[in-house]
Ligand binder design. Structure first.
Ligand code: NAD
Ligand code: ZN
Length: 377
């Protein structure tokens, strides 16, 4: 696998019948935002939804791109962070969108990471019973995961992402240069979701990342290539299973352990989502190898080694601060995944690039494994 030289953007199609759309990936694409929107929806006006961090760097260039193409726009900015996926901020953004006279033929633009993308997508799903929206991801996580696939949501007091809708964007514009302003820790956390596509279904892509990850971080052509490969993988899964009745669950590799650790850290800065998923994937590989005998431990170690090499946490002891005891972690897992007759559904692996859904994982096995891991602290 070789990375393309810099030049034309890469286009990945998400094939969903009348709801199909393009993911356009390349460096410096933001300047083409207005022209692309004008071509898709002639005469439409737009409201840009963003957050206060992203606004500082990228809002004015986005507005200029719209203006140059004759697309009228307004803006609404929300505080940065997960707390903006709340009823209160949702209401504020809905009201701002309505006040800016966005009609059925107009559109919303999500300029930001997964928080802005999820919030804007949900607002777009419900304002005037649904308006179109465009994703302009500004984090690596949003490039490869949240901006693709049409899951939109805000959070409930009972848990994350519980209030939402499936609503596909009409375009994803992934300008890889927008990531240059992203804090390195956020970039690295997003990289965990990117590696996930190699680990779950594409051993060649994983090998390529082992050799080229430094250029992905540095922002060279490898960054575009890695994002495009990830989007292809996600688009293929979403096209097969838009509403997660089957295969789409493979995208949850590392997420059962990961969510439990994330929740144990109170969804705080102690452990970012991608960091939790890195540790979760490492645990899923080790669990598959050592407790399920599905692959040699050496192959699991290869997966874990790469995550560690880029600076991601792979062991429970990499997580700073106190963690609850095994029973509480098991409770957190059970909250996330229903336990049916003592059995959990897990994404396990038979090797790098071959994940599968296993509905019959014995919760006792998981408990024994987790207590061993906690004891290593
Ligand atoms: N819809 C889906 O399929 C899906 C999938 C995965 C995750 N998610 C959701 O995504 C969210 C996490 O997304 P995230 O990791 O992008 O977090 P985020 O949107 O909170 O962004 C992380 C931080 O980086 C800042 N930031 C964003 N872009 C920047 C830039 N270019 N320069 C400087 N700072 C920038 C943000 O202001 C924020 O402080 C979660 O709410 C999660 O539930 C959704
Ligand atoms: Zn994730």
């Amino acid at each position: 696998m070789t990375a393309p030289v810099r030049g034309d953007p890469t286009i990945v199609k998400v094939a969903l019948g009348t709801r199909s759309y393009d993911i356009v990936i390349g460096r410096g694409l933001l300047a083409s935002l207005g022209a692309r929107i004008a071509a898709l929806r002639p005469g439409a006006k737009a409201v840009i939804v963003t957050d206060d961090n992203v606004a500082r760097y990228h809002l004015e260039p986005a507005e200029a791109a719209l203006r140059h193409a004759g697309v009228a726009s307004s803006r609404v900015s929300v505080p940065a962070g997960e707390a903006s996926k709340s009823y209160r901020v949702f209401e504020q953004v809905c009201e701002a969108v309505v006040a800016s006279r966005i009609e059925r033929g107009d559109l919303a633009i999500a300029l930001g990471g997964g928080v802005v993308g999820d919030l804007t997508g949900f607002v777009a799903a419900v304002v005037r019973r649904g308006v179109d929206y465009v994703q302009v991801p500004t984090t690596l996580l949003a490039d490869v995961d949240s901006s693709v696939g049409g899951k939109t949501a805000i959070d409930s007091a009972h848990g994350k992402n519980l209030i939402g809708a499936f609503h596909q964007p009409i375009l994803v514009l992934a300008d890889t240069a927008l990531l240059d302003t992203l804090p390195e820790r956020e970039f690295r956390a997003g990289y965990a979701e990117l590696v996930k596509y190699g680990l779950l279904g594409d051993a060649d892509f994983f090998s390529w990342l082992e050799s080229n990850w430094r250029d992905v971080f540095a922002g060279g052509p490898a960054r575009e290539h890695a994002i495009a490969e990830s989007c292809r993988a996600k688009a293929a899964i979403v096209a097969r299973d838009e509403r997660e009745t089957g295969d789409r669950a493979l995208l949850n590799l590392g997420h059962t352990f990961g969510h439990a650790l994330e929740a144990a850290c109170g969804f705080s800065d102690r452990l970012l989502h991608g960091e939790a998923i890195s540790a979760g994937m490492a645990l899923a590989f080790e669990f598959s190898a050592r407790r399920q005998g599905l692959l040699p431990m050496a192959e699991a170690q290869r997966a874990i080694r790469h995550l560690a090499e880029v600076g991601l946490p792979t062991r429970i002891k990499d997580i700073p601060g106190p963690l609850p005891a095994v029973d509480q972690l098991m409770d957190l897992i059970a909250q996330d995944k229903k336990v049916k007759r003592g059995m959990l559904t897990f994404i396990l692996v038979r090797g790098i690039g071959s994940a599968f859904i296993e509905a019959g994982v014995d919760a006792r096995e998981v408990r024994v494994f987790l207590s061993e891991k906690l004891a290593e602290r």
